[in-house]
Design a protein around this ligand. Structure first.
Ligand code: FAD
Length: 591
């Protein structure tokens, strides 16, 4: 398996298209420039290709193992993790107060794409830790932050997110885990959590579990959930690791993919937990963590789509099969490389045009996370926060769907050789599948977009967001050289505005119809916004020549002609197909 880190494209998006000055204008990022971004991306690309891609297959074959009550990571993971923390990859966007480098989130997102592409199982050990760190940094008391966070940034302690229980995944309001106050102000946590990523492993000396539980006497449902920090080993006041804290790993899951990642069932048996944030406000705090995680999970899907594309392209150059109908290579052999087959080109370009567009969407969302967190202008920060809220479910669901669709399509380019293990394509398909499920299934992301983000104040913002893009595209309408991108993008945006208004009407009159259309709407939304971004990119490079920019224009044209038309079908299915879905009741399915 090969991987060429897409450093050039990432650098272009961040420094040329979005503009490095937008980052360096933010307080704390004054020193960030193109050279720093380029150096970090290049090092990350090297690390991922040489250290992580090389152990990805072993991770799949050996998997994480649960033996004698302990979890062992696959061969090579320990050495790679040591290298990972020594190189400072746990410190990128962490707070300098805890030993972090304080670099932009959007840069972290781009590194995340490389990590996810080359070895998602490995990445997950650090990923939940990264999310737990940021949750504690924004919510915990100073004492807790001082005692625990430097170790997390150093990478010698890791973190988890313990939400799911056997009977509750999506609907966390049903949870049973209990928290009983101890005399010393801590709580005794008792309950069973399942599917906990990196819940136990041998990479770090301590594991900090962020656990949601209900304090005795708290209200039922999601309004009675609190958040606790429950270390695997008690942390003494001087920061040393003390006694075991009654957290038992009862088993690990045997899964379809990401076998190198330990997915654990944990029993908390009166474990000592510290309340984080206010009582009964745990779910809101946890959602903060889940929201950044959701962007990251979407970006995992993007990484899969890209590595699948790169390998399928290399294979298509090598594989000789059939004579091509049009352009043929010089030298005239009995069969041509399959890259000369227009259908192979169509499939490859379908992936590439969406990968490059989706990478732009991820960078756009990532930049807005930085503005939201750093801008000195409260209005700009609030506006960016709304953009992030609107785009989070879109990035999570659309990019992870793109990941699976692309890995399957790239696997097909190998014919039968993609179905067998040899080339690693079937592992990509299996590993990628989870991205659609965890951190809230994609169905639930679609509901979030439609039922929450299109209504109330966020709904007003969604309208403003679409109107802003209408204005941007309108600003280019007189430029005929851009019509090949602005024309289709403008038409698609008009369609999206109409579908949005119709869907909002359904939310008021018949919510079931709106919910039934949510998934399709999320795809219409994503494909359309990506078209707007493509148009903006092409407008921004209008006076630039050279192979990189010429390819961007050609790929953008392909997107407009071969991918974007899907939005017409989606709009029709959403509006004209609503009745057919509504009239088929549960009883019609039979038993
Ligand atoms: C490998 C792996 C790693 C994981 N890591 C973690 C972790 O670290 N921490 C953690 O807490 N959890 C973790 N999870 C749990 C994961 O987040 C849940 O599996 C996921 O949120 C779905 O919950 P569920 O499995 O209970 O499915 P359910 O909630 O039972 O859903 C079943 C189906 O119903 C659909 N559905 C449910 N409600 C609605 C609705 N309102 N509208 C439309 N459709 C709906 C869902 O989309 C899904 O298709 C992990 C899971 C796996 C498999």
């Amino acid at each position: 398996m090969i991987y060429n880190a897409p450093t050039k494209d990432m650098l272009f998006l961040l420094t040329e298209w979005l503009g490095i000055e937008r980052l360096s204008a933010l307080p704390g990022y004054e020193e960030v420039d193109t050279d720093i971004i380029e150096a970090v991306l290049e090092e990350a690309g090297k690390f991922c290709t040489t250290e992580l891609l090389t152990i990805n297959r072993d991770g799949d074959e050996h998997g994480a193992v649960h033996e004698d009550g302990k979890v062992r990571t696959p061969p090579g993971f320990k050495q790679a993790y040591q290298q990972f923390i020594e190189n400072g990859w746990t410190t990128i966007d962490a707070n300098p107060d805890h030993g972090g480098q304080g670099l932009p989130k959007v840069l972290q997102n781009q590194i995340d794409e490389m990590l996810g592409a080359t070895n998602l199982s490995f990445k997950l050990y650090a990923e939940l830790s990264h999310a737990a760190y940021h949750l504690l940094d924004s919510t915990a008391s100073d004492d807790i932050r001082d005692l625990y966070l430097p170790k997390m940034v150093e990478g010698t302690w890791s973190g988890t997110m313990c939400l799911t229980e056997p009977h509750c995944g999506t609907d966390l309001g049903l949870l049973n885990t209990k928290a009983v106050p101890n005399d010393d102000g801590s709580y005794a946590i008792t309950g069973s959590k399942i599917f906990i990523t990196s819940g136990d492993h041998d990479l770090t000396e301590n594991i900090l579990h962020l656990v949601i539980a209900r304090i005795d006497g708290a209200p039922e449902g999601s309004r009675g959930i609190s958040l606790f920090l429950v270390p695997k080993y008690i942390v003494n006041d001087d920061g040393s690791v003390g006694d075991w804290n009654k957290v038992v790993t009862s088993s690990i899951e045997h899964k379809m993919g990401i076998k190198g990642s330990a997915t654990c069932a944990l029993n908390f048996d009166g474990a000592r937990g510290l309340l984080i944030g206010e009582e009964n406000r745990g779910l809101a705090a946890m959602f903060k963590m889940m929201n950044t995680e959701r962007l990251t999970v979407g970006i995992q899907g993007l990484g899969f789509a890209d590595i699948a594309y790169q390998n399928a392209l290399a294979y298509a150059h090598d594989r000789l099969q059939s004579k091509a109908p049009g352009e043929r290579p010089a030298g005239g052999k009995a069969a041509d490389p399959i890259i000369y087959q227009p259908e192979m080109q169509r499939q490859l370009l379908t992936i590439r045009s969406q990968v490059e567009g989706a990478r732009a969407l991820a960078a756009f969302a990532g930049l807005h996370v930085d503005i939201m967190e750093r801008s000195a202008d409260p209005e700009a920060a609030a506006d960016a926060g709304q953009t992030v809220a609107l785009l989070t479910p879109v990035v999570k669901a659309f990019l992870s769907d793109l990941g699976l669709a692309s890995t399957v399509s790239a696997q097909g380019i190998y014919g039968g050789h993609g179905y067998v293990r040899e080339h690693g394509m079937e592992q990509l398909v299996r590993d990628c599948r989870i991205t659609q499920i965890y951190e809230g299934t994609n169905e639930v992301q679609a509901l979030d977009l439609v039922a929450r983000k299109l209504t109330g104040k966020t709904g007003e913002f969604a309208d403003r967001f679409l109107a802003q893009w209408q204005e941007v595209l309108g600003g280019h309408s007189a430029n005929e050289e851009l019509a090949f991108v602005t024309g289709p993008a403008t038409a698609a945006l008009e369609r999206l505005v109409e579908t949005t208004a119709w869907l909002r009407g359904q939310l008021e009159t018949d919510r079931a119809i709106a919910h039934g259309a949510a998934y399709q709407y999320l795809h219409q939304f994503a494909l359309t916004i990506i078209a707007c971004l493509w148009a903006d990119i092409v407008a921004g490079i209008a006076d630039k020549q050279g192979a990189f920019y010429d390819a961007k224009r050609k790929v953008a044209r392909f997107y407009m002609q071969q991918v974007l038309p899907e939005t017409t079908a989606l709009a029709a299915k959403i509006r004209d197909g609503a009745d057919a879905l509504a009239e088929f009741g549960v009883a019609d399915f039979g038993d």
